[in-house]
Write a protein of this length. Structure first.
Lengths: 288, 235
């Protein structure tokens, strides 16, 4: 029963990692953008939430009303004004540019808000739990985060497979040059894609800020977790990303149960193990 | 009326010059073939007209508007559509989704899903299958249909016959006849000279990036074409 509990807790944690990874998975899947600044975007969104809460008195969930449009516009403008110019020269230019953005965000936040820890306080829901028979306690908040991750991926799938915009995203993901020859404005489409990716990054950032303390330097570790979830799941597959997050969460929970010091290490080891067994991940979709 | 005119058109891949001062005129409603050996610059010519390769603004004039510096999607919107070499269908989209991508430019005109399915009835039966599960000939039909969905005034066809069985090629060219009858202007690139000459009214022969010969298909000197094609007498 103890192990069942560990699996469940780890799986719920995985929903959190999947939520971190959605934006990264999307921007790689559609425009082959390896976004080194992704972790810092998550942290940035938490700060945007914090500023919105301070300014309006909203609670953290309500702050999403501000965070979501702000992150969409930020993503759209960033892709349109900067990242589009890096995409024609191979993988290296976007890597370097997003690395630069990562440094700028981290230092900008430190300049603006200091190096202190912050938290977004949502109140009782943070510690509420459901008691299941067999001594298993389910945290309401982790359950909520997991549900948000599933809902987010589900709605993105509907968008990809049932809408005109999603069809264009899939065509561009398959073959961007031919898509442009067929009349699709790739640059505008990429900007919309990063905007949408940032919506989910924004949600992840606020939910992250409620769950744990954050400071300007909290980005890179989120980036690594997100990367691992994306790669375990297989590039370009969003349900794969959810599974990747769950695998990572369970590995960490199992590691922590054996020895509390092993939590993070166990996750990385699981990642390496899967990389050796299945280099392209569990459900790869994107070629090249 | 001249629909497409290239004036002293040059094109480059990096430092490598692939086209040298090409002058081509295509009249509204005409079918023009571009022939030439491998590496003559035929595909480069089409890709430059479609905007995939950069050129000087005045080097490509479409319906009296210079379009040389425009992006491919802008050019589709003006009414030029491409059937690319090797079909290049989107593998993760179904046949129908591939066709619908062609409609993203939102140009109005006679072509719709219904009309494309009338032209290629087999595609209607296969519409929910992944595009890459089709046979070569069916894929070529889907690629043509996808281009038509943008209701082009000018259709650029790159190597329609490539890798297809003769009987399939015949079918495809019959359908092309129906498209031409609709009033669409067509520029055909082919390595199969006889096929191209049968389907067109005039032809241009390219050789190593230069224009070697231009003539009507009804009335030309075979020996002159042979010379232009193989480059036996460089001008």
């Amino acid at each position: 029963m103890q192990w069942l509990n560990i699996l469940i807790q780890g799986g719920l944690l995985g929903g959190f990692y999947a939520l971190f990874a959605i934006g990264l998975s999307m921007s790689f899947g559609i425009m082959r953008l390896v976004n080194i600044a992704h972790g810092d975007f998550i942290v940035l969104a938490a700060y945007v939430g914090m500023v919105a809460i301070d300014a309006t008195g909203f609670d953290p969930f309500m702050s999403l009303i501000v965070v979501i449009p702000a992150m969409f516009l930020f993503g759209y403008a960033l892709q349109r004004g900067l990242l589009n110019f890096t995409l024609s020269g191979g993988l290296l230019p976007p890597l370097l540019v997003t690395f630069g953005i990562s440094v700028i965000i981290e230092n900008g936040l430190q300049q603006g808000f200091g190096a202190y820890d912050h938290r977004l306080k949502e109140g009782a829901i943070e510690t509420a739990s459901l008691h299941l028979p067999g001594g298993i306690d389910l945290g309401v908040y982790p359950l909520l985060v997991f549900a948000v991750a599933v809902l987010a991926i589900g709605s993105l799938q509907v968008m990809f497979y049932w809408t005109r915009l999603g069809r264009a995203f899939r065509a561009v993901s398959d073959d961007a040059d031919t898509a442009e020859l067929m009349g699709i404005d790739n640059r505008k489409l990429f900007a919309v894609a990063l905007g949408i990716a940032m919506v989910f990054t924004g949600i992840a950032g606020v939910l992250f800020g409620i769950r744990t303390i954050f400071d300007p330097a909290a980005g890179p570790i989120r980036l690594i977790l997100a990367f691992e979830a994306v790669i375990i799941g297989g590039l370009g597959s969003l349900w794969g990303t959810l599974l990747g997050g769950v695998v990572l969460g369970i590995a960490q929970a199992v590691g922590a149960a054996l020895n509390p010091n092993w939590q993070i290490l166990a996750g990385h080891l699981a990642f390496l193990f899967i990389l050796i067994l299945r280099p392209s991940g569990l459900f790869p979709r994107t070629r090249d | 009326m001249i629909l497409l005119r290239t004036q002293n058109l040059s094109a480059f891949y990096g430092d490598f010059q692939a086209l040298f001062g090409i002058n081509v005129d295509v009249e509204q409603g005409e079918t023009v073939a571009i022939i030439g050996a491998n590496g003559a610059g035929k595909t480069t010519f089409l890709r430059t007209v479609a905007g995939a390769l950069r050129s000087a603004p005045d080097a490509v004039v479409f319906d009296a508007e210079p379009i040389g510096g425009k992006t491919p999607h802008e050019i589709v919107r003006l009414g030029i559509a491409m059937v690319p070499e090797g079909r290049r269908l989107f593998p993760s989209l179904s046949v129908e989704e591939n066709l619908l991508i062609g409609a993203h430019s939102e140009r109005r005109g006679p072509w719709s899903l219904k009309r494309v399915y009338e032209l290629f009835p087999r595609l209607r039966e296969l519409r929910h299958l992944p595009a890459t599960s089709l046979s070569g000939g069916q894929q070529q039909m889907a690629a043509i249909g996808r281009a038509l969905m943008s209701n082009p005034r000018l259709l650029l066809c790159d190597e329609l016959s490539l890798g297809l069985a003769p009987i399939v090629i015949r079918d495809i060219y019959q359908c092309l006849g129906a498209i031409i009858a609709e009033g669409t202007t067509v520029v055909l690139v082919e390595q199969d000279i006889n096929r191209a000459l049968d389907a067109s009214m005039r032809f241009y022969c390219f050789q190593e990036g230069h224009l070697a010969l231009a003539a009507p298909t009804k009335n030309f000197d075979r020996a002159e074409l042979t010379a232009a094609y193989f480059g036996m007498q460089r001008r």
